[in-house]
Design a protein around this ligand. Structure first.
Ligand SMILES: *Cc1c(COP(=O)(O)O)cnc(C)c1O
Length: 428
């Protein structure tokens, strides 16, 4: 499908008719009348997930009670789901666990990387990240650095955060003081994507370790952590992996670091023998050492449903459709919504973008509210950014056409221009 010519809905219906992923739409429960362009923030409900939760609650919990930790496989859920998820990100068995939140897992990964550098290259005391990174990624780096500095106050050893931005490129920022580089593979706001292999190689060449945040990448773009020789990765399951609101996150650690993986959240679930109730800590000698405490089993059990769908879809086919959907969206916004002041902030080059497309507009927040009321759900991110997730498993080409037509109506009629749409909700 060419996006350079004038597009019409009929040609998009033809594209839908030959879409190899079309049948995946039936594996999700989506409300009538909604075009969901926010699967990058909260994925929709996979068919079967509600039944899975009901099974955990009504059978495993109600009848099995405490026995279910052994009989229903609850205890092994983090590692079992981790091995499944590993296949989507180029990890091996025994390298990934599903647990905690992305923020917490980032803390663990950074702490482990810093600790390894304290032993191997103690003069490296900079955590390098990006001004444009998701806030939690910067905040967690600040928290680790502040903690290390308060502990080391008397010795004067000083950790600091360095931020890549328009004035400081990655190349220039990487020097012999950098201990660890922490980047999001796909930027949450703009959709810009780093070249994981090249950036990992550059970090290693300069002597740094690297942590990748895959929140907007896992399930959306092909990821090959071992192929890129990365050190650590973390990410969400509730975005493109459709695990449910607040479903536990994941952490991947390259097996070469596993023996040295140490982090301060030394909870009993990461102990070598948690039920020996020993009085002092010994880390498990496998991936369980990335865990901390008791896991939220009901929420975690549902993740498997989303992972099953993701594993049934060939990621290269998903990627190809995602790029086509985004090319179409960008072309249609240009053709049909020109003159309304929407400014594309997502790179157009395929190699440099993930699976969402963002535009800037001074009334972005109100426009998103008006669109949501018309059934086109995207979201808003400061400053002034309208963000649209393009998820190939349940969106069609005609959905994109219809969404852009509604966007054009909203802009043309200034539907957004009412006070109610300017009132900020707690969650944007
Ligand atoms: C969504 C997102 C998170 C979310 O972290 P939580 O701990 O689940 O709240 C973290 N990092 C990035 C890059 C994200 O996009």
């Amino acid at each position: 499908m060419s996006t350079s010519t004038q597009l019409d809905r009929a040609s998009l219906q033809a594209a839908d008719a030959t879409d190899p992923l079309a049948s995946f739409r039936d594996r999700f429960s989506l409300p009538e009348g909604v075009i969901y362009l926010d699967g990058n923030s909260l994925g929709p409900l996979p068919i079967g997930a509600a039944e899975r939760a009901a099974e955990v609650i009504n059978n495993q919990w109600a009848h099995g009670l405490i026995r279910s930790w052994n009989t229903a496989g609850w205890f092994d859920l983090p590692t079992r789901l981790g091995d499944t998820l590993s296949k989507l990100i180029g990890g091996n068995d025994g390298e990934t666990v599903v647990t905690d939140t992305t923020s917490l897992n980032l803390f663990k990964a950074l702490a482990s990387a810093v600790r390894i550098q304290q032993q191997d290259a103690p003069t490296r005391r900079v955590i390098l990240t990006e001004r444009d990174n998701f806030p939690t990624d910067i905040y967690i780096a600040e928290g680790i650095s502040d903690f290390l500095n308060s502990v080391n106050a008397e010795t004067g050893t000083h950790y600091e955060i360095r931020l890549i931005d328009e004035d400081l490129s990655l190349e220039r920022a990487l020097d012999d003081s950098v201990a660890v580089v922490s980047l999001s593979h796909v930027n949450y706001r703009t959709g810009a994507m780093w070249d994981m292999e090249a950036v990992t190689a550059a970090a290693h060449k300069s002597g740094a370790l690297i942590v990748w945040d895959l929140a907007h990448a896992a399930g959306a773009v092909p990821v090959d952590l071992n192929g890129a020789n990365a050190d650590y990765a973390v990410g969400c399951t509730y975005k493109y992996l459709n695990g449910g609101p607040g479903s536990p996150a994941f952490i991947w650690v390259n097996s070469r670091h596993q023996g040295r993986f140490w982090q301060p959240l030394t909870g009993w679930w990461s102990h070598a023998s948690p039920f020996e109730m020993e009085e002092s800590y010994t880390a498990a000698n496998d991936v369980r050492r990335f865990l901390c405490g008791t896991q939220p089993i009901t929420s975690m059990a549902m993740i498997e449903c989303g992972l099953d769908v993701a594993l049934d879809a060939d990621i290269e086919t998903v990627r190809a459709k995602s790029l086509s959907l985004a090319d179409l969206f960008i072309a249609l916004v240009r053709q049909r919504c020109g003159g309304f002041g929407l400014e594309l902030v997502t790179p157009e080059n395929h190699a440099e973008r993930g699976s969402h497309v963002s535009f800037r507009h001074p009334e972005g927040y109100a426009i998103i509210q008006a669109l949501t009321d018309r059934g086109v759900i995207g979201d808003y991110r400061e400053p002034e950014v309208l963000r649209f997730g393009l998820t190939p498993l349940y969106l069609s080409f005609t959905d994109i056409w219809d969404a852009v037509e509604i966007l054009r109506d909203v802009l043309e009629a200034r539907d957004w221009d009412v006070p109610a749409y300017r009132t900020r909700h707690a969650v944007t």
